[in-house]
Design a protein around this ligand. Structure first.
Ligand code: FEO
Length: 392
């Protein structure tokens, strides 16, 4: 892909990675991703905003062939999908200096072995004149590492945000054209890497709320020419109030737990509670993360394997605990053959979830009348709890 004009003196650069399917060897990317960089040419100085994943450095270097000089490279974030090509860019532009936070400098020295003398660290709120354009650096930690910042280009009212507001989406569209599609991709991204830092992101949103923003230019996914769309979405995601939603990740080996899940989902639906059910044997774990953004309750369904929960349930519970969603309630349902410590073991896996545990339902073998009654009670309790909290 060639460079593309955003505004006078501002070009999109970067690479679209259509076929990448996994990030950090963990996060599914069903729609690929992009690594956006931006070239800002002021009347006196030229700046490159972020770089690209090192696997696609050739694409960026091709785009830079006609750029004779770069004075500064902004490194908003030290993770390699944005910084990994920095050594190549610094090799090509021998006088260029890297603008980053003090923490960013430390990380880039550690991860990429860039010499310390190539850096200029910037303070929160510091400005830099490029002649006819002015950059303002704003610290926005934990989007998604502790060193992250964003840059506001005052004259053009563009906010460059790197991971913040980004979406893992491979597309030829420079700007958002399908808000529904981008909403899901951006929510997946928020859920997988930013949700644990919800309270800090609330503060980051406050820091940018008074800026006049014409465009939000992230380093993943298309540019937002209607910034309110993604800012409002983030405000909703980081709010403290969950929805009238149950997430039900489960696994079943011989059908007993599956029968209980089917029964409970039906009982909850009858009471007006929205349920998202995920069979952990086949589900996209990113979909599970997306639904955890809004859910008030998680019910984990598991059979018993060697006295404990199924290993896939261990993984899902560990992940939910790490992502720290705004859940208020949790419960466990499942079955066993002769004995089980699944409830105690799952409860021990979710200390970060400050939830009220609702009476679990564990049955021996295939569920019978008493078990279905217990599931009815669980459904009624969940619906009542949601109603008490006025969840919609
Ligand atoms: Fe897109 Fe945290 O890197």
């Amino acid at each position: 892909m060639k460079a593309r004009k955003v505004k006078e003196g501002i070009d999109w650069m970067g690479a679209v990675d259509w076929d990448r399917r996994l990030f950090d060897s963990l996060i599914p990317l069903p729609d690929g991703t992009s690594y956006n960089a931006y070239l800002i040419q002021g009347s006196e100085k030229t700046v490159l905003v972020d770089t690209v994943d090192p696997s696609m450095v050739d694409v960026l270097l091709f785009q830079l062939e006609s750029v004779p000089n770069i004075d500064y490279v902004i490194a908003h974030h030290a993770e390699q999908d944005h910084s990994g090509s920095l050594p190549h860019v610094l090799e090509k532009y021998k006088n260029a200096r890297v603008l980053t936070t003090p923490k960013g400098k430390g990380m880039l020295v550690d991860h990429l072995l860039i010499p310390e003398e190539r850096f200029i660290t910037v303070d929160d709120g510091e400005t830099l004149s490029l002649g006819d354009k002015t950059l303002e650096f704003i610290y926005t930690p934990w989007v998604h590492w502790p060193e992250t910042m964003v840059t506001y280009l005052r004259e053009d009212q563009i906010l460059f945000t790197c991971d913040f507001f980004g979406s893992h989406l491979a597309t030829t569209d420079l700007y958002v054209t399908d808000e529904g599609r981008v909403y899901e991709a951006a929510k997946r991204y928020y859920a997988e890497i930013m949700m644990p830092f919800r309270k800090i992101i609330q503060k980051n949103l406050e820091k940018i709320q008074d800026l006049e923003i014409d465009l939000i230019a992230p380093s993943h996914g298309p540019i937002y020419d209607r910034p309110a769309f993604i800012i409002d979405a983030y405000r909703d995601w980081v709010s403290e109030i969950p929805r009238n939603v149950v997430v039900l990740p489960y696994i079943s080996m011989h059908g007993s737990t599956a029968k209980m899940v089917e029964y409970l989902v039906s009982a909850l639906a009858e009471k007006g509670v929205t349920v998202h059910q995920f069979d952990l044997a086949v589900t996209d774990i990113g979909k599970l993360a997306i639904t955890l953004v809004d859910a008030a309750t998680i019910v984990i369904g598991t059979p018993t394997v060697h006295v404990g929960p199924h290993p896939n349930v261990f993984y899902a519970a560990y992940l939910a605990n790490a992502l720290r969603p705004k859940l208020k309630f949790a419960s466990i349902i499942g079955s066993y053959g002769w004995s089980s410590k699944a409830i105690e073991q799952i409860a021990g896996l979710i200390p970060n979830l400050q939830v009220e545990i609702l009476e679990p339902v564990l049955c021996k073998g295939f569920p019978r009348e008493a078990d279905f009654k217990a599931l009815d009670n669980l459904a009624a309790t969940i619906a009542e709890k949601h109603k008490e909290h006025n969840l919609t």
